[in-house]
Design a protein around this ligand. Sequence first.
Ligand code: HEM
Ligand code: HEM
Length: 192
Amino acid sequence: MRLRRWKGRTKVLQTTSRYSAVAIALHWVIALLIVANIALGLGHELFGRANELAIMAAHKSIGLTILALSLLRLAWRLSHRPPPLPAAMPGWQVLAARATHLFFYVAIIALPLTGWLTASASPLRFPLEYFGMFQLPFLPVEQSRSATGLWSEAHEILAFTTIAVLGLHIAGALKHQFFDRDDVLARMLPKV
Ligand code: HEM
Ligand code: HEM
């Protein structure tokens, strides 16, 4: 690894063709938590009213953990350049990969934020406890049924778009692994 000025910023240049251990750890922890939170968000009504509140409390705490990790990840990404994509990749695939990654960076921050806004806009305002340990503040937004509906709609649309983009992302990773047989998946996997 070496440091270099790039586009006015100091970037850590990868001298290997792998993602750094920090980037890999953050990628997989955030991916796992997002999949878990999508399942909790969509499935919370299946477990009856009594469990629903506990499930939504876990959903909110996991979501806020995702927000904190995502801010860390964004800072890491802005200061570290990822390894270059295979030179043989057609332009449209490079563009598709970049657009997908950019969407994910927006989604991993906007998803928890719109969730937090939904919880803050609710006239009921269930206390926002971080895994039952301490109370978190609400965001300063209008509290009304219509505002809750609006933020919840944004939260839902973002979640469903994330599911669709995740399908493309996984299909891309599998294509690289089994059709192109390059190192794109391997460089995002922990070294064993
Ligand atoms: C990346 C993190 C998150 C993901 C992937 C996610 C995903 C989801 C999904 C899929 C739903 C169900 C949508 C529906 O069918 O209506 C949902 C609902 C909900 N989420 Fe999240 N969420 C996240 C973070 C948060 C956070 C941080 C909070 C609050 C602090 C939150 C609060 C809510 C609430 C109150 C609902 C129910 C209201 C509604 O129907 O929109 N979420 N979430
Ligand atoms: C919701 C879950 C996920 C999110 C939010 C996500 C997000 C991202 C982002 C933002 C990048 C770009 C990293 C960068 O260059 O800065 C990336 C790369 C990558 N992801 Fe995911 N990912 C998720 C799940 C997955 C899954 C399930 C797989 C495997 C099947 C996967 C495989 C990869 C691979 C192989 C790369 C490296 C691509 C490259 O070298 O350009 N991801 N992911």
